[in-house]
Design a binder for this molecule. Structure first.
Ligand code: HEC
Ligand code: HEC
Length: 242
């Protein structure tokens, strides 16, 4: 946030800008210094398998298209886990004695947290990262509704998405990001574009490109909204579950 303000008019009519009271946080510099070691801020996404294995955090070079700013500001102050098995699940899943996948919690680290002022500045800088904007059509998502039971069927039985995504804390697959906070986190127009073709965003994305109709894409976003509203009603807001 710009902290400069006008001090007033001088006799000669010249305007003077006050020196900022406290040095404002430089969001871009903060990203370079404290985030770039784990997050790609410039792109392009890795094209080799090795590149995917060694990725330490999700790519952020299109953060301004992907996230909602208010979510970034909140999450950066109080980060929670979004991907139960980290950025690349192969590094964090173990098969237990019964043959079930288990998350190796000890191998996952807590995300750093920022102060309110830092989070605001970082969010502003992130919102300016907009590579691949040609893939997102503003207004692509058309508000609407779907019942939770119909959404569950689509996400589960019909399309099999639940194999990789959790639809409520502790329920669903482990390799992808939880979707019950997706509505609060993500720009719906970006979500439509990503689901249509994940590899256009990330050539090595582990999310398969599924043959989804336009109507299905819309319905999935309605479903994410319904999941989030349901979560809130049950008082399990983001942050209470890691
Ligand atoms: C030590 C490595 C590391 C550093 C340093 C780091 N991050 Fe992260 N970040 C991660 C990992 C790992 C995740 C995935 C967490 C998850 O999904 O549970 C993540 C997730 C995120 C997300 C959510 C992305 C998503 O789509 O899931 C944002 C936003 C983010 N980081 C921003 C930042 C910012 C801003 C900084 C610097 C102030 C930063 N990170 C520093 C590793 C790091
Ligand atoms: C084989 C596992 C798998 C399946 C099946 C799958 N996904 Fe994903 N999905 C992923 C992974 C992994 C990511 C994270 C991708 C990335 O960051 O590149 C992802 C990302 C997403 C995202 C972006 C979420 C975010 O927080 O960034 C959405 C939305 C999504 N998937 C919806 C779906 C829908 C809808 C289906 C079913 C039609 C589906 N997925 C099926 C693995 C999967």
């Amino acid at each position: 946030m710009a902290r400069r303000h006008l001090t007033g008019l001088l006799a000669g009519g010249a305007l003077l800008l006050a020196v900022p009271a406290a040095a404002a946080v430089d969001g871009r510099a903060l990203l370079e210094e404290r985030c770039a070691s784990c997050h790609d801020l410039t792109g392009p996404a890795p094209t080799t398998v090795e590149g995917v294995w060694s990725r330490k955090g999700p790519d952020l070079f299109y953060a301004g298209l992907k996230y909602r700013r208010d979510w970034l500001v909140r999450w950066l102050q109080r980060p929670t886990r979004i991907r139960p098995a980290g950025v690349y699940y192969g590094n964090h899943l173990r098969v237990d004695a019964e043959g079930h996948d288990r998350v190796d919690e000890a191998s996952l680290v807590r995300h750093l947290a920022l102060t309110r002022e830092e989070a605001e500045a970082a969010a502003d800088a992130l919102m300016r990262l907009r590579a691949k904007s040609e893939l997102v059509r503003p207004g692509a998502y058309q508000p609407g509704r779907i019942s939770l039971s119909m959404g569950d069927l689509m996400f589960g039985k019909f399309k099999g998405c639940i194999a990789c995504h959790r639809i409520e804390p502790g329920y669903g697959g482990l390799s992808g990001p939880e979707v019950y906070t997706a509505w609060a986190r993500l720009n719906p127009d970006w979500v439509i574009s990503f689901m249509r073709n994940p590899q256009a965003w990330d050539p090595r994305s582990l999310m398969p490109r599924l043959p989804l109709k336009e109507r299905d894409l819309q319905r999935f976003v309605h479903y994410f909204k319904a999941l989030y509203e349901d979560l809130q009603q049950r008082g399990e807001e983001e942050g209470d579950h890691d």
